[in-house]
Design a protein around this ligand. Sequence first.
Ligand SMILES: C[S@@+](CC[C@H](N)C(=O)[O-])C[C@H]1O[C@@H](n2cnc3c(N)ncnc32)[C@H](O)[C@@H]1O
Length: 240
Amino acid sequence: MDQATKMKPWQTEGEEKREAVREMFAGIAPTYDLANSIMSAKGHLRWRRMAVCLINLQPGESVLDLCCGTGDFLIAARELTGPTGQLIGLDFCQPMLDVAAKKVDSAIQLTLGDATELPFADRQFDAITVGWGLRNVPDLAAALAESARVLKPGGRFITVDMAQPSGPLGPISRWMYHVTVPLLGRILGQADAYAYLPKSTEKFVSREELKSVMESAGFKDVQMKSLYFGNICMHWGVKA
Ligand SMILES: C[S@@+](CC[C@H](N)C(=O)[O-])C[C@H]1O[C@@H](n2cnc3c(N)ncnc32)[C@H](O)[C@@H]1O
């Protein structure tokens, strides 16, 4: 398929989506952190710190950061686990891991792998974090089932991702998001990648559906919290 007829990442499903998403993140890896800071007014750093506090990470715990990208969740986790924590980041896109490798401490293991087929033992981790990752995975239920498998019983899981804003400000917020994010993408010379963000958010499951998929995968006490005018939602729970 030539460039002109190639499917955009948001038009794909299944294996085709996996490859399109991987290729897209490989292209934006060098500018990913800058774009994140501009789009969230640096809020993304605060939200990850809030997330690791919500699941009460403790010194010395073992933590897997799924879809770790450029490693910011690992940096937030390290602040709570301390130097004795065993931290592993997994991502299927080597250029994103290459950026992470320059940022995280050398004791953190960075693994190339897919969120739906984790190369880890059953009941290996005390906690799992995922930042803006699940929306990109073609098989959400498989990624959550794998997460449940590798967590210890009672292990904690948290995901932070885009969500559809609701309430009276919802339509305005949604409109802003659909205008400003693609505009930023054009400025950075990455039009398709940043058009993907609002489009993939629209296609992603609702807050309530995500809670229910987590429960079906084996998580209990699932709670959620909306942030950034409802454009971001955290879901967290405990492996039953
Ligand atoms: C939006 S970035 C988020 C990066 C990071 N978690 C953060 O908080 O900034 C999504 C990441 O998920 C990764 N990803 C998407 N699908 C994946 C999959 N099936 N398995 C592993 N990683 C995946 C991408 O390569 C990308 O690095």
